[in-house]
Ligand binder design. Structure first.
Ligand code: ZN
Length: 427
């Protein structure tokens, strides 16, 4: 299996060599992503799977064990092959590779699934090109807003519509990629962790309970610009200094809440714009971008409220104007508890230890969960490094992923199979 994984990992990354010092660049709806999707099809075809491409560009590779299964609801696995610019060779690819590997393993064992099994290669997961993420899985789950997407362009002014049409797809028809609830029984994504919690816990893999979606605030501070040489220290309204105090406050409160609650929270003052941004002028304006994430939506809201209150106090103390706008407030996605439990238990069957955790990053599975019972497995990646040329997951960890997914399929498509046989009196 390791040899198969190694060969196909390289093929999907369109390379002969991993590591790759410059990283991999397969942006959404580009010919590089296209080529990698073609490789996905090639590997799936070699496994005897039926290949279909939907109206949004997702590739669905399906294993029907019987004629009846052609119309039956499937157990689906999947992830993506597009990357950020100069990204790694495992984000996304690990998921589609292990999905196909799990199917290969079962086929090699002459397994006859009771339900059809699918490996899905979603198109355009990363937001690197258009600032919009998970376009393919949104389309499949019926969450695509074509009207809102219409005006979106990449940095060269190419619209999503033009990019999609370069794939030979019709923009207006992308919504037809939406599948009915009856088409899938469940969906599981395997992904590299992009963090170190599994490794730090000494576990082999992670079973994810929920995906933290952000609250994003934009804090505008209006102080007073002035000459840095002639304005005395006690006569200043330095907007950047106030923004700095706020950044420290946010960090301190996030740390505090991590000692209190059941779920972790992370908060970051991640962007700052200073005006006029001139060496000899006291900053009269500062705009701070704040990203708050936790799967505990109430905790996120509490911290956001504390930040607003702190802004109010700073306004009074410092005699400045502060405006706080909420840019994004998305509810966190809780994955299906039954699928989670299956994924957490499956380690016992294959001799692997599991850590239960949440995901701080978004994945295709969050869209799938809105329609189908879905779960997420994390395999380890070295030092938690991702979206970087040095991103790395070992072949051992990829093989663990294959073993977990095949054990999951074995359980979900195996038990039922025997049950069906007993039920129909043919065994
Ligand atoms: Zn990814």
């Amino acid at each position: 299996m390791k040899k198969w994984l190694d060969e196909n990992l390289k093929k999907l990354n369109l390379t002969d060599v991993i590591p790759h010092p410059e990283g991999f660049t397969r942006l959404s709806f580009t010919k590089e992503e296209w080529k990698s999707r073609e490789v996905f099809k090639e590997i799936a075809r070699a496994l005897g799977l039926l290949i279909r491409e939907d109206e949004a560009g997702n590739v669905i590779a399906r294993w029907n064990a019987t004629k009846e299964q052609e119309q039956a609801p499937a157990i689906a696995l999947g992830s993506h092959v597009d990357t950020v610019a100069s990204g790694g060779g495992y984000d996304g690819v690990a998921g589609v590779l292990c999905a196909l590997g799990a199917i290969k393993k079962l086929k090699d064992q002459d397994f006859k699934p009771a339900h059809p099994i699918e490996a899905i290669c979603f198109v355009s997961e990363e937001s690197a090109r258009f600032g919009v993420s998970t376009i393919g899985s949104k389309a499949m789950a019926g969450l695509l807003d074509l009207e809102a997407l219409k005006s979106v362009t990449d940095k060269n002014g190419v619209t999503v519509q033009e990019a999609v049409e370069s794939y030979g797809l019709r923009y207006e028809e992308m919504e037809k990629a939406a599948r009915t609830k009856e088409e899938l029984l469940s969906f599981v994504e395997l992904h590299i962790e992009q963090g170190v919690r599994v490794e730090d816990a000494g576990a082999d893999y992670g079973a994810v309970t929920a995906i933290a979606c952000p609250i994003r605030l934009v804090v505008e501070i209006e102080g007073k610009a002035g000459h840095t040489g002639t304005t005395p220290m006690d006569k200043r309204k330095d907007a950047f200094l106030i923004a700095s105090k706020l950044a420290l406050f946010i960090n301190e409160r996030a740390n505090y809440w991590n000692t209190q609650g059941e779920y972790p929270i992370v908060a970051t003052a991640s962007t700052v714009e200073v005006g006029p941004n001139v060496m000899n002028v006291i900053p009269g304006k500062a705009t701070l971008g704040v990203d708050i994430r936790s799967v505990d939506d109430q905790l996120k809201a509490t911290l956001a409220e504390e930040i607003r209150t702190q802004c109010q106090s700073l306004m009074e103390q410092e005699h400045v104007i502060i405006r706080v706008n909420t840019l994004v407030n998305n509810r966190s996605i809780h994955l299906d508890p039954v699928v989670y439990q299956d994924l957490a238990n499956i380690g016992d069957k294959v001799g692997l230890t599991c850590l239960t955790l949440e995901s701080g990053a978004g994945h295709d599975v969050m869209n799938m969960q809105t329609k189908w019972p879905s779960g997420l497995i994390f395999i380890r990646c070295r030092d938690g490094l991702s979206h970087h040329p040095d991103e790395y997951a070992s072949l051992e960890d990829l093989e663990k992923g294959v073993n977990l997914l095949s054990a999951y399929l074995d359980k979900k498509a195996g038990e039922q199979y025997e049950h069906t046989l007993r039920g129909s009196g043919t065994s």
